[in-house]
Design a protein around this ligand. Structure first.
Ligand code: DGL
Length: 275
């Protein structure tokens, strides 16, 4: 367990999606400063190989450490699922990913020990969530939902097309022996924006576990501080210094990022990571 009085937390994602994790961190841990790295020039990670994702992720987290990150949060589910070990090996500071906290929360929430995880193709193919949940005695079905990321990026979080797509994915996920699964894990940075829609589409008895929320709690645990429960007041948030690094256009990051963070994104620096 790390105890840093006012920590600088580095948050890494393939793009803007990880701002949902930063948002949860700001709610729970407002007395910290944050550096956020979005690898927007090289996203999506969700359709890439483990070797490529590991190579990209290690470069990005090194950048965050070189700029003062004292603890790293791998907000990207795909990067956590495919490259967590490589990231940890190369890091000088403590690293928290999204899979273990999500699996913990799901295991707590499930009464019949059956859970469904949705994520990108790469996250699902890695079976990282399956391993984490089976280790906790849970039976798992994983379902790739590749169309949801572009629909969220399009801003179609309440669009009939997205609802139809989600209905198809979830009916396939909750079919046959997974019919009575009682927890749905949102195993992708973009899905928290779909929570109201997924709540409507998922069977009523299902609890939705947001791995962004679970990760913020885990980070508070690592810092040995009590997380704040419930949403933070806007004035409490203003205490944190936020700096953003993006590998594609800073302007584009600001524009798209505000939707994911829930408030304006400023102080964005364009970064060119050499191959
Ligand atoms: N950040 C990715 C994840 O959480 C989704 C976007 C991408 O594929 O790069 O899996």
């Amino acid at each position: 367990m790390t105890s840093i009085r006012r920590p600088t937390i580095g948050v890494f994602d393939s793009g803007v999606g990880g701002l949902t994790v930063l948002r949860a961190l700001l709610d729970r841990i407002p007395n910290a400063d944050y550096l956020y790295f979005g690898d927007t020039a090289r996203l999506p990670y969700g359709s890439k190989s483990a070797a490529t994702v590991a190579h990209y992720a290690v470069g990005a987290v090194n950048y965050l450490q070189d700029h003062g990150a004292e603890l790293l949060v791998i907000a990207c589910n795909t990067a956590t699922a495919l490259a967590f070990d490589e990231i940890k090996v190369g890091s000088r500071v403590e690293v928290v990913g999204v899979v273990e906290p999500g699996a913990d929360a799901a295991a707590h929430a499930s009464t019949n020990r059956r859970v469904i995880v949705i994520g990108t193709e790469a996250t699902v193919a890695s079976h990282a969530y399956r391993r984490a949940l089976e280790a906790r005695g849970i039976t798992v079905r994983e379902k790739a939902c590749p169309l949801l990321v572009p629909l969220v990026e399009e801003g179609w979080t309440e669009h009939p097309v997205t609802e139809q797509v989600a209905r198809i994915y979830l009916s396939e996920a909750f079919a046959e022996d997974a019919r009575d699964a009682d927890v749905l894990v949102l195993g992708c940075t973009h899905y928290p924006l779909l929570k109201p829609l997924l709540r409507r589409v998922a069977p009523d008895h299902v609890t939705i576990v947001d791995s962004a929320e679970s990760t913020a709690h885990a980070v508070a645990g690592h810092l040995a501080i009590d997380p704040i429960h419930g949403p933070a007041e806007p004035e409490r948030r203003s205490d944190s210094r936020l700096r953003f690094f993006a590998t594609d256009s800073a302007e584009k990051f600001k524009k798209m990022g505000a939707r994911f963070l829930g408030h304006p994104v400023e102080d964005v620096v364009h970064v060119d990571l050499k191959e």
